[in-house]
Design a protein around this ligand. Structure first.
Ligand code: NAD
Length: 502
């Protein structure tokens, strides 16, 4: 049996429960149908119906928010070491079920086993990392004034809403949910409608690990129905959102009436800048990895290549050669490097840029073609002869599609890099140290890597500037979002109190 056949067989055994029972909502430790009925979950690999999914609406969100509110005091007041233990157990159970999570994720989203097996483990790492900080999360400072001893403490903000997208949905959900739980918040999670399977596995795992009922609730459904209700619910104190910039703007408006605290992780059109003094072998590997891994459905992907004109011809030629060799195929085949795009809608969006590139006057140097009719497969694509005013350089395509733009000077590279509404990541390839320092100082992005692809280190701040987001994840930044600072001032003596009416 080939590895692909083995994976298909294993997937069959993991999917049969979903085929029988569908994906239910999980509210207060109970399975619940969706009040708005059900919707179909389709696999992008062969367009087959995987299962039916509960379609939640405002009444389900209300039930989940009430459950989260009821469970809040129990979870908040549970001794920190006990909460820590539960979160460590969640991490252990994720590790134990990593294969199941990865296979389901691949079938649900079209992501490849090559990358998703690691994404499941990254999810466990997120729980472990934040579990280890549970005990200190509430620590504060003491700040002495002449008459008062001020003591600060951090307290969890309350029940929070987590709204996640369909790209690497398991890993991204843990990224938000782990720090929220570690802070002592309870959670209502609204996963993306296109990828509900692994959110269901996560809530099951968490409850099996000992999370009390109502601490994590999952309500499936559509953004403008369940998602909207979550952002508007008065019991929900904050929304951690990952998704498109346009949606981020909509949910900010939706949350205004209830003064929601918002953390927004949004889209990007990230530049990778390759100077002619760089290690071009490594730069080439990183350029390819950062746009064609994870099907290019990655917020941090470098979708604009800015290449110095002195090396442009050779660099692009080598790029074309490599891109044409990338293996597109069944996501469960360990050899596959790119799987199908997540949904028909997204496939239509990504492939529409093949015509747009033509109309813009760019050259399709590699790819630009759909593959077969069975699933949503495309060839990895490279556009050359582009400039930064073209739509292919300005709009987030969110697929395995790279736009190459030449520059001649450092100043020009900087102007092109910053000439975008977005500012999530930037990647700079140069062996000139002072240039790297100068350039990164002026590059408008929340995260920049020099001579490296994106390598995430959990204690560092993750997030974007401009239309790429508001707020930071990682380390203590996550706790700042999910917790409130509180200052308590104790009089240290009999200081003079101004007397009125004497
Ligand atoms: P999306 O904005 O369409 O949907 C994201 C989530 O929001 C889904 O769960 C959806 O149901 C929900 N939603 C939609 N409308 C809503 C509304 N009115 N109220 C409440 N919820 C609503 O995004 P997507 O297409 O699922 O994901 C891809 C996008 O996510 C890309 O733009 C990508 O760059 C971005 N992303 C950003 C990061 C980051 O860290 N910055 C990480 C991953 C993905």
């Amino acid at each position: 049996m080939t590895a692909l056949e083995q994976n298909k067989k294993k997937l069959g055994s993991y999917l049969s429960r979903f085929e029988k029972a569908g994906v239910m909502n999980r509210i207060d430790g109970q399975d619940r149908d969706g009040s708005a009925g059900k919707f179909e979950n389709i696999s992008p690999v062969d367009k087959s119906v995987i299962c039916k999914v509960a379609r939640g609406d405002a009444s389900d969100i209300d039930a989940a928010a009430q459950a989260a509110a009821k469970a809040f005091a129990t979870w908040r007041d549970m001794p920190a070491v006990q909460r820590r233990e539960i979160l460590i157990k969640v991490a252990e159970q994720i590790e134990a079920r990593a294969e199941e999570i990865a296979l389901c994720e691949c079938w649900d989203t079209g992501q490849t086993m090559r990358f998703m097996s690691k994404a499941a483990l990254r999810g466990a790492e997120n729980f472990r990392y934040f579990a280890d900080q549970v005990v200190q999360a509430r620590d504060g400072q003491h700040l002495k004034s002449p008459t008062l001893m001020n003591v600060t403490t951090r307290v969890p903000i309350g029940p929070v809403g987590v709204i996640t997208p369909w790209n690497t949905p398991f890993m991204l959900s843990t990224w938000k949910i782990a720090p929220a739980l570690a802070a002592g918040c309870t959670v209502v999670h609204k996963p993306a409608e296109a990828s509900p399977l692994t959110a269901r596995l996560l809530v099951e795992i968490a409850e099996e690990a000992g999370l009390p009922p109502g601490v994590l609730n999952t309500v499936n459904g559509f953004g403008d129905e369940a998602g909207k209700a979550l952002t508007e619910h008065p019991a929900i104190k904050a929304i951690a959102f990952v998704g498109e910039s346009r949606t981020g703007s909509i949910i900010t408006k939706q949350g205004a009436d209830t003064l929601k605290r918002m953390h927004l992780e949004l889209g990007g059109k990230n530049p990778v800048i390759v100077f002619d003094d760089a290690d071009l072998e490594r730069a080439l590997d990183a350029v390819i990895f950062m746009i064609y891994s994870i099907n290019g459905e990655r917020c941090t992907s470098s979708s604009r290549l800015l290449v110095q004109d002195t090396i442009r011809k050779e660099f692009e030629a080598r790029l074309v050669e490599r891109v044409n060799k990338i293996k597109v195929g069944h996501p469960l085949d360990p050899e596959t490097e790119i799987g199908p795009l997540v949904t028909e809608e997204h496939y239509n969006k990504v492939t529409s840029y093949f015509d747009i590139a033509d109309q813009d006057g760019a050259t399709i140097a590699a790819g630009g073609i759909k593959i077969g009719n069975e699933g949503y497969f495309v060839r990895p694509t490279l556009f050359t002869d582009a400039n930064n005013q073209m739509r292919i350089a300005r709009e987030e395509i969110f697929g395995p599609v790279l736009t190459s733009i030449p520059f001649s000077t450092e100043e020009e590279a900087l102007n092109i890099a910053n000439d975008t509404p977005y500012g999530l990541t930037g990647y700079v390839w140069t062996n000139d140290l002072t240039r790297a320092l100068r350039f990164t100082d002026r590059l408008e992005a929340g995260m920049i890597w020099v001579n490296s692809e994106n390598v995430r280190h959990l204690p560092t701040p993750f997030g974007g500037v401009k239309a790429s987001g508001i707020g930071r994840d990682g380390g203590d930044w996550s706790f700042e979002f999910y917790m409130e600072q509180k200052n308590i001032a104790f009089a240290t003596g009999q200081h003079k109190i101004t007397q009125l009416g004497t």
